[in-house]
Design a protein around this ligand. Structure first.
Ligand code: GDP
Length: 486
């Protein structure tokens, strides 16, 4: 799997740090060496790795980043306990510095495609042979056809059927221009793909110069009143002067809004170098990285922006026409760090938890007044988020939980709930009543059909949580939950 090795490399570094109480110049050396090695093995280019490691080290030392969390068995067990789900979000912040740096490295924000003020928007695609340029041309047309639809209905483009008609919706109408005059097969391929995605293709054979094809194609597009024109161009096995000159000519004729270089993720560092060269030679606005579904080492995705100064705007993740999507640096960083899909976790949590509940909970945690009502609310919120295995799968750093552990967690939640349910309102609000009175604990055990030991354990756990959650939140900036309040 892409990033698999990088992820486990970073995990090794992370585990070494986790046992520490705080970061120092000394204890950071070895984990940083691991990070460095992991990045290099992932084919991230050396200058990028150097800057990255330096930047992380500088920020990390002295921040008291590590929260005294120890990677022992106890923690693993507790992590599976869903009542700590809020704490997980906070724990995820331990990764924050590395994650922030990764996101920055990849360009920070998602880089949107730019559209011309007056139609048509012209997108010129360039790239070497075999990188997936022709495929991308058609994919991009389909993507644009569905784009507004995606924004309107919040549906991932891959879920919208390709029969979806732009005439009926608000998507952009597109036209493709076949400019790969050196490979007749490429023109045929584009015509076929155009039919498949239901987008017209302008082709003029192989005897016309690309710049002339561009001129004619653009005219045709204007006549047809399309919103976006996408031109596929000829690729070579390597960069050569003829190709660059041709691209320059085509660019002059088209005056494109976007010039996107298509690069193949499998080529590693080479991809970042190509983006740099093309940018210097013809001036580009960004890159499209294909074959991110393959098992390359992934370093290219990390290096492109840093090396070339140009962002990756879109990524290809498969051979189907639907497999093209925006490049989200934050989601990519999350995947690399093996944090699970933090974003969807937070989104889910937001859905089930009202803002005022979240704020209320936060106040209670900060003043160490977290009580059994809150605990019950939390577990119910978790239950609402879906099956335990799904929830746990979304939690950062929780990738390796076994089904048995999940069943165990589900069982312990039920036990916990049944004990809280028989508590009086006063007991729920004041756990100290239970801490002080064995008679109350005995009653709860009897009414819930559990043992007194289980009740004692629950009470002890609540007090532990008070301390742990307050500590976790306290060291965060402003003591707030950024993930929930944004
Ligand atoms: P071109 O020479 O740059 O025009 O490349 P093509 O568009 O002909 O694509 C070359 C090969 O790469 C084809 O077999 C495509 O199906 C394949 N391909 C393109 N993009 C992707 C992708 O994102 N993932 C995978 N797995 N294959 C891709």
């Amino acid at each position: 799997e892409m990033f698999g090795q990088l992820t486990s490399g970073l995990e090794t570094a992370w585990n070494k740090l986790k046992g520490e109480e705080g970061l120092t110049k000394e204890n950071i050396v070895e984990p940083m060496r691991d990070i460095r090695r992991a990045l290099l093995e992932a084919d991230v280019s050396l200058p990028v790795v150097r800057r990255f490691v330096q930047s992380v080290s500088e920020q990390a030392v002295g921040t008291g980043l590590i929260r005294g969390v120890k990677p022992d068995q106890q923690l693993v067990k507790e992590h599976v306990n869903p009542m700590h789900w809020l704490a997980y979000l906070v724990c995820a912040c331990d990764y924050a510095i590395v994650s922030d740096e990764l996101v920055k490295l990849m360009g920070g924000e998602v880089s949107e495609l730019v559209f011309a003020k007056s139609a048509p928007t012209v997108i010129l695609l360039a790239g070497l042979q075999g990188v997936g340029k022709t495929t991308v041309s058609a994919k991009l047309a389909l993507y644009l056809k569905k784009q507004v639809c995606y924004q309107e209905f919040h549906t991932p483009p891959s879920l919208i059927p390709s029969s979806y008609s732009p005439a009926l919706a608000l998507g952009k109408s597109c036209m493709l221009i076949a400019g790969d005059v050196y490979r007749p097969a490429a023109i045929d391929q584009l015509v076929i793909l155009g039919k498949q995605v239901d987008v017209p293709v302008y082709a003029a054979g192989t005897d016309v110069k690309p710049a002339e094809i561009a001129r004619q194609g653009l005219q045709e597009a204007k006549r047809k009143n399309v919103d976006v024109v996408i031109m596929d161009t000829a690729g070579r096995l390597q960069i050569d002067k003829v190709m660059m000159d041709e691209l320059k000519d085509v660019k002059r004729v088209l005056n494109p809004t976007e010039v996107l270089l298509v690069v193949d993720a499998m080529t590693g560092q080479e991809a970042a170098a190509l983006v740099t060269t093309f940018n210097l030679e013809i001036g580009i606005t960004g890159a499209i990285m294909t074959k991110l579904d393959g098992d390359s080492r992934g370093g290219a995705a990390l290096s492109v922006k840093e090396v070339s100064g140009k962002p990756i705007k879109l990524v290809g993740r498969g051979e189907r026409m639907e497999d093209l999507e925006p490049f989200y640096p934050d989601r990519m960083a999350g995947r690399i760090l093996g944090m699970g899909d933090v974003l969807s976790f937070v989104e889910k949590a937001q859905e089930v938890m009202k803002q005022e509940d979240a704020e209320d909970l936060q106040k209670k945690i900060m003043s160490a007044k977290f009580d059994f009502n809150d605990l019950l609310k939390q577990t119910r919120a978790v239950a609402q988020m879906g099956s335990m295995s799904r929830v746990i799968g979304m939690i950062p750093g929780m990738g390796k939980v076994t089904p048995a552990q999940i069943r165990e967690a589900e069982k312990s939640v039920k036990i916990m709930e049944s004990m809280i349910e028989v508590m009086t309102p006063e007991e729920r609000e004041k756990p100290e009543l239970l801490a002080e009175s064995p008679a109350r604990r005995k009653r709860i055990a009897q009414e819930s059909g559990k043992t007194e030991q289980q009740v004692s354990q629950l009470v002890a756990q609540l007090f532990q949580m008070r301390v742990r959650m307050k500590n976790l939140m306290g060291v965060m900036e402003g003591g707030s939950l950024p993930s929930l309040s944004n």
